[in-house]
Design a protein around this ligand. Sequence first.
Ligand SMILES: C[S@@+](CC[C@H](N)C(=O)[O-])C[C@H]1O[C@@H](n2cnc3c(N)ncnc32)[C@H](O)[C@@H]1O
Length: 315
Amino acid sequence: MVQGHLPVLKNEVLQALAIQANGIYIDVTYGRGGHSRAILQQLGACGRLLVMDRDPDAITHARQHMAHDARCTVLHARFSQLTEKLRNRNLEGRVSGILFDLGVSSPQLDTASRGFSFRQHGPLDMRMDCDSGPSAAAWLARVEEKELAATLRNFGEERYARRIAHRIIARRQTQAIETTDDLSALVAAAVPSREPGKHPATRTFQAIRMQVNQELQELEAVLPQTLTWLRPGGRLAVISFHSLEDRLVKRFVREQAKGDPYPPDLPVRFDQLSPALRLLGKPLRARDDELECNPRARSAVLRVAERLPARQDHA
Ligand SMILES: C[S@@+](CC[C@H](N)C(=O)[O-])C[C@H]1O[C@@H](n2cnc3c(N)ncnc32)[C@H](O)[C@@H]1O
């Protein structure tokens, strides 16, 4: 049975966003609305919450559970479309907080027909937005061996990337790889040893999912867009589950906290650098009591930054 989704680091997210009753907030990763509901509970009558997701099932859920609330707006979109979707809504520089809770939701993993999980028998799809782009099966049918091995290594940190890629390419000469079972059996047969407590196909499924959904590209495209919409003092909160995601977020915040790039020998004062963000605190991880009831929170890292005023506002 498909269960709901337990929001990770919920209290930490609420604290990070420092919710103001009349503020405008965006939950870019609605999922099943765990964080959205918690934010909404803290908003007053004049507060606003925009919720977004690329997954049509998440959007159906949001329309059923949130859209009746006049403070809520539901948007079906990918991260990279943030600016396009917010344009003409008079929100520029007015948003008090933007939340990203990256990765997949439990219902995505638990719904066999979505093809995200090696634990469920289903078509090898893995698209969060199942109406756009090639499915995992279509991608596997035409990817070159070298690119496949690089994907498994980079996104899955799979030490047997080359062996698995070789096995997949050899198999597809005679038989299409069309189901989650096809792929997980192939991987299990290709790896010579198993990590204790981990299904041998875990890393392969994660890597192919990240590739099919262009997850890092989406994140890289949206982070700079958030600067347009956040008001001075507004908060950006990002929960990552993968070291590559976390690295992207860390690098983005660090770059934006430095301010405008000037040649190193040019004499400029700090107040002329005009940094766009200020990092707030250390990266946060789930506490033991949360991990006990939600093992998914194990790899979650929350980073928080604050939007700084533009230079002319300093004057
Ligand atoms: C971990 S879940 C969010 C769970 C949510 N915070 C909750 O408490 O229910 C991540 C969600 O982000 C969505 N998502 C991931 N990448 C996206 C992207 N590039 N654009 C829009 N939505 C995305 C997924 O479809 C998924 O529903």
